[in-house]
Write a protein of this length. Structure first.
Length: 94
């Protein structure tokens, strides 16, 4: 009995080397309408997550998954993110 072989994604090679797996994984998450918030909820990270949420809001009416893996951050960043989630026209699920 042979075990099935898993396909690994093809990495495009640029002059500075292969693209990063992290970038590929984030693109796959966005494709599945999932946003990942990892690390402290600082203002700059909250801004990036807000932009991803608004992008997915503009692309369709399906629900967005927000995955939070954070151990801290600033109140400003958390409040900014909460305001954006409140204004979105799509449901955000955790």
């Amino acid at each position: 009995m042979t075990t099935p072989r898993l396909e690994t994604p093809f990495l495009q090679v640029h002059r500075d080397g292969p693209t990063q797996w992290h970038d590929w994984a984030l693109a796959e998450l966005l494709e599945s309408r999932t946003v990942l918030l990892d690390g402290p909820v600082e203002s700059d990270r909250a801004l990036a997550v807000s932009a991803e949420l608004m992008l997915l809001d503009g692309e369709g009416d399906d629900a967005v998954q927000l995955r939070v893996e954070s151990a801290g951050g600033t109140l400003d960043g958390a409040l900014m993110l909460m305001d954006v989630i409140d204004l979105l026209g799509v449901p955000v699920q955790g």
